[in-house]
Every structure is written in structure tokens, then in C-alpha cells.
Design a protein around this ligand. Structure first.
Ligand SMILES: Nc1ncnc2c1ncn2[C@@H]1O[C@H](COP(=O)(O)OP(=O)(O)OP(=O)(O)O)[C@@H](O)[C@H]1O
Ligand SMILES: [Mg+2]
Length: 296
């Protein structure tokens, strides 16, 4: 990324004390095997980003730019190589019950039924059996899986497993939701109804939501702001305000001119990055990377 871009990112992202989440110069490097040796690979580089309390922040970026890496850091599942992430002003030291996570790959316990998977987090919270069951059934019904309570993950389709994972994170009712392409595996109708449901829950509860997606429409529809990441190593290229009104009140906000304009703006930013990422792939045929960049 050019120095200019980095300056933009820094200005956009600087910490202020009212932030819910602050990424401060966060860099994550991995050690990777290359031939007989080991080399360092920078996944995300000097990320500065602030998320306000109760904000719905969407994050888009080319495949492999470090979006899931950022979410892992935020979840406390890994630590930055340098820099820090503050949550309510305090550095993140590990996972916590305040953060509900929907991983890119559904992470269900294979030995538990759909219902028991949802109940898992509720048990950790000390909720009584009757209420656990009621909540699990309510959220299963919300994601269109009534009747599948007693199925084990291997008896469900990919999209169904993802819906159980979504239901589990919603039922748990955490203060913050960290969602990594949660709707990517779903059919269009289910995706749209879950988008609206998520917006409704967000409006009602004031949760802070970080939502990673490949879908530009989805990012504009859901986000109050959309952070666009650069091709790897991932940095924050721009944070774009989405000044659209309540999605749940408007008729079809997606067909409006303002929506189209914002969509185009993000698409242009992303296209530049995808092209850069593809050029990088071509010039580094032997690189550790084989991911293909994509923009939907
Ligand atoms: N544990 C790891 N060890 C080595 N490299 C890793 C590790 N985890 C991720 N990476 C690399 O870091 C980069 C960022 O990966 P990440 O999964 O964060 O990308 P992403 O933006 O989520 O991509 P996608 O959109 O395809 O999900 C990739 O190049 C990936 O190969
Ligand atoms: Mg990812």
C-alpha cells in the first residue's frame, strides 16, 4: 500500500477514549515453512481502527487480506505480534463471554445435537434447563430450523450448520457479536431474512457488531460504516460512512440511488485491491500464498 493510503487509514482509525474497540497499530505475522526454512509472513500490518459502542461495523477486503486474522485477534484467540487491541480501554488478554463469535467455518460440537449446541453457551452462563431449552428452540425457529432440534451436525447441510452456529451466538446474547461471513453459505432468501433479523436484534439491543463479508451489498445494507481493507498485508484502506436510514423502516433501501452510489464507491476501492492482489500472485508464483482474490 502507498504511504498515502496508510495516512488515510491512520487518520480514520485513531483511538479515542470512547471507543468500544480500538486497534492500535496492530500487526500480525505468522511463521511459515518455505522449502527447508521458515520465513515470516505478515498477515495484517499496522491496523488502526476504532469501533464505537453499539456500532454495526462491516469489514470487506480481498480474500486472504487478513479479515479472519483480525477477528481471531479480537476474539482473543491469538495475540498481535505488535500493537494492541483495546476493549473498553483495556487490552484484550484472551477470549471472553462478552464476545460471541460466528466463525467462517461453522464450529459446532459434533457430539451435541443442534439444540444442545445452542444450549452449550447458556450452560456456561448458568441459565436453568427449562429456559435454555426454550431459548434454543426460539432461536432455532428464528433461523428456520424448527424440527431439527435433535439432529447432530453431520446430519445437517453446510448452510444448516451455519444457521445453528448463528442461532447459538444470538441465543447466548453477548454484548458484542463478531461474525465472519456468517451468511455466505446460505441461499438468498434465508440470507435476506437473517440480515433483517440481525438488524432488528441490533436495533433492539444496541450490541456492537463486527461483520465480515465478501458481499458489497450486504456490507452497505448492514453496516453503519464499512471498513475496506487493502490486499495483503491487510491494512485499513478506508472507512466509509453509510448514511442510510433504518433498514427495517424503509421499503427497499437497496434499490435507492444512495445505496447504488455507496455500493459503487466500495466496489471501486475493492477492485483496486483485488487487482493488486492478483498482480502480487502473478509476480510471486512461488509465494506461500495460493489464495485467489475475489469480489462479489
Ligand atoms: N495460522 C496461520 N499460519 C500462517 N499463515 C496464516 C495463518 N492464518 C492465516 N494465515 C495467512 O494470513 C493471511 C490472512 O488470512 P485470513 O484467513 O485472515 O484471510 P481472510 O481475509 O479472512 O481471507 P478470506 O476472505 O478468504 O476468508 C492469509 O494469507 C493466510 O494464508
Ligand atoms: Mg476469512
Amino acid at each position: 500500500m502507498s504511504e498515502d493510503n496508510h495516512n488515510i487509514a491512520s487518520n480514520n482509525g485513531r483511538t479515542n477514549s470512547n471507543s468500544k474497540i480500538s486497534f492500535e497499530d496492530v500487526t500480525k505475522r505468522f511463521s511459515v515453512r518455505e522449502g527447508k526454512g521458515v520465513s515470516e509472513f505478515t498477515a495484517v500490518d499496522r491496523i488502526n481502527l476504532e469501533v464505537h459502542p453499539g456500532e454495526f461495523m462491516a469489514i470487506v477486503g480481498p480474500s486472504g487480506c487478513g479479515k479472519s486474522t483480525l477477528l481471531d485477534l479480537l476474539a482473543g484467540l491469538s495475540k498481535p505480534t505488535s500493537g494492541q487491541i483495546l476493549l473498553d480501554g483495556k487490552p484484550i488478554t484472551g477470549p471472553g463471554l462478552d464476545r460471541g463469535i460466528v466463525f467462517q467455518q461453522y464450529a459446532l460440537f459434533p457430539w451435541r445435537t443442534a439444540e444442545a449446541n445452542i444450549e452449550f453457551g447458556l450452560e456456561a452462563k448458568g441459565i436453568r434447563a427449562k429456559e435454555r431449552k426454550e431459548r434454543a428452540r426460539h432461536y432455532l425457529s428464528l433461523v428456520g430450523l424448527s424440527g431439527f432440534e435433535n439432529r447432530y451436525p453431520h446430519e445437517l447441510s453446510g448452510g444448516m450448520k451455519q444457521r445453528v452456529a448463528i442461532a447459538r451466538s444470538l441465543a447466548f446474547d453477548p454484548e458484542m457479536l463478531l461474525m465472519d461471513e456468517p451468511f455466505a453459505a446460505l441461499d438468498a432468501q434465508t440470507r435476506e431474512s437473517l440480515q433483517d433479523e440481525l438488524l432488528r436484534i441490533w436495533e433492539q439491543t444496541g450490541k456492537t457488531i463486527i461483520f465480515i463479508t465478501h458481499g458489497i451489498d450486504e456490507a452497505v445494507y448492514l453496516g453503519q460504516r464499512v471498513a475496506v481493507m487493502t490486499a495483503r498485508p491487510g491494512r485499513i484502506k478506508r472507512v466509509i460512512d453509510i448514511p442510510l436510514g433504518s433498514r427495517t423502516e424503509e421499503e427497499d433501501i437497496r434499490s435507492g440511488a444512495e445505496f447504488g452510489k455507496l455500493r459503487h464507491e466500495i466496489w471501486s476501492e475493492l477492485r483496486e485491491e483485488v487487482q493488486r492482489s492478483q498482480a502480487f500472485d502473478r509476480s510471486n508464483g512461488t509465494s506461500v500464498e495460493s489464495d485467489k482474490a475475489k469480489v462479489k
